[in-house]
Design a protein around this ligand. Structure first.
Ligand SMILES: Nc1ncnc2c1ncn2[C@@H]1O[C@H](COP(=O)(O)OP(=O)(O)O)[C@@H](O)[C@H]1O
Ligand SMILES: [Mg+2]
Length: 393
């Protein structure tokens, strides 16, 4: 017998039993009857097709859309294992429960490994309803999980798109604002030069405010542009010796170092896989901050790196004014600062740029409060290159 299989009673009862569409892969009519009786006894309102071979099973899958497959392990022309293969080929997530006379332990393990949900021996059919209920529950939960994963992936996608839009917006806005702003700055300056002392005192003051404001806005816009460029530029990674980068940073901060008598200590920094210019930007911002936000004494700065698989973990420790823990996250946001510009100069873009660079490289950056005074900034960079190239650990 093959083909569409034998349809056994589509239930008529309207009782509280849940409906269940099942396909039985079984060559023994009596066994099939026993199985169905067990299921109908108290558990399910079963509508079942009984098939014996591949063609019959394929047809039953199409016509009956089973919620569960109950398969004998050994049939004359077919095996339960083939049932699993066919479902896998068709990408169907239908629980398969092997119902069989005897199934050696090794076979049982292999069947479960191949995707069977469970197995029930024919002389222990009483277990079957519970095994089916559990299989259906697990499938339902799998569905929920799958849905949640899909939803999450969609959200991540949307977020990436809206981030890209925002980045584009920040770039275009800051780029296109530069030109009109240049006009405002140039003409207020011209006004100041040409009419100083020729109007009244208030006019001089107002023109002064206007040109100061325009200059300040220019700096802010340039900072914003620098920030959005980090997201647009394609980072070109290469092996970067951090010791060399630190020497360069030391040179470009030479006057601040000299003036503050800062001591900058670092040794045996690793060679990392990164964009060289961006690494220099990160180091310079962090060291520059450590000098700028110094305490009463001269700045003492320690830079250190260690391997913390799968990353390099860098730390920059200073003995400066420190950061209250409640501001530890804020300071990485664009234009967020904790002091007036009259106290410490700056626009609050440095750490935002550091964060963007580090995160785009797959790392993290944060600040840790430190016993006594000062703060420790930490950041990670994925190892990214084989150990032998990664230099000193
Ligand atoms: N080493 C540090 N010690 C104390 N405060 C710091 C340090 N680095 C950064 N900060 C705080 O974080 C804020 C943001 O830093 P940053 O983005 O570099 O901007 P800026 O240097 O222009 O103020 C600073 O204004 C300061 O309040
Ligand atoms: Mg700074």
């Amino acid at each position: 017998m093959s083909g569409a299989g034998t349809k056994l009673q589509t239930a008529t009862s309207v009782g509280p039993k849940p409906k269940l569409r099942a396909v039985l892969v079984e060559d023994n009519a009596l066994d099939a009857e026993l199985v169905l009786r067990e299921l109908r006894k108290e558990s399910f309102d079963v509508s079942a097709l009984i098939v014996q071979d591949e063609a019959g099973f394929a047809e039953a899958l199409r016509s009956h859309c089973p919620e569960v497959v109950l398969a004998d392990y050994n049939l004359p022309n077919w095996t339960g294992m083939e049932v699993l293969n066919m479902l896998r080929r068709q990408n169907l997530d239908i629980p398969v429960i092997l119902v069989t006379g005897a199934l050696g332990d090794v076979n049982a393990v292999e069947c479960i490994r191949q995707g069977a949900t469970d197995y029930v021996l024919k002389d222990g059919l009483a277990r079957l309803p519970e095994v089916i209920r559990r299989a259906l529950r697990e499938k339902y939960e799998r569905g929920l999980r799958h849905q949640a994963e899909e939803d999450l992936a969609k959200k991540v996608d949307e977020l990436a798109r809206s981030n890209a839009d925002l980045e584009q917006f920040a770039y275009v806005a800051s780029h296109d604002l530069q030109e009109p702003l240049r006009m405002v700055a140039a003409y207020t300056q011209l006004l100041a030069e040409r009419y100083r002392g020729k109007l009244d005192e208030n006019a001089d003051k107002f023109i002064g405010y206007a040109s100061e404001g325009a200059l300040r806005m220019q700096v802010l816009i340039q900072d914003l542009l620098a920030f959005s460029r980090v997201g647009r530029a394609n980072a070109t990674c290469s092996t970067v010796d951090c010791n060399v980068v630190m020497e360069e940073v030391r040179k470009s901060l030479a006057s601040a170092i000299q003036e503050s008598k800062a001591a900058i200590n670092f040794a045996s920094l690793p060679t990392v896989w990164a964009d060289r210019t961006q690494m220099a930007q990160v180091f310079q911002n962090l060291i520059g901050n450590a000098i700028k936000f110094r305490g009463k004494g001269s700045p003492e700065i320690f830079m250190h790196a260690e391997k913390a698989d799968p990353n390099w973990l860098f730390s920059v420790r200073d003995n400066g004014i420190g950061i209250a823990p409640e501001f530890a996250e804020n300071i990485f946001v664009v234009f967020q600062r904790l002091h007036a510009r009259t106290e410490y100069p700056g626009n609050g873009i440095g750490l935002a740029i550091c964060k963007k660079i580090i995160e785009r490289g797959g790392g993290k950056i944060w600040v840790e409060p430190q016993a006594g005074s000062g703060s420790t900034f930490k950041f990670t960079i994925p190892l990214g290159i084989p150990d032998e190239k990664a230099g000193k650990a």
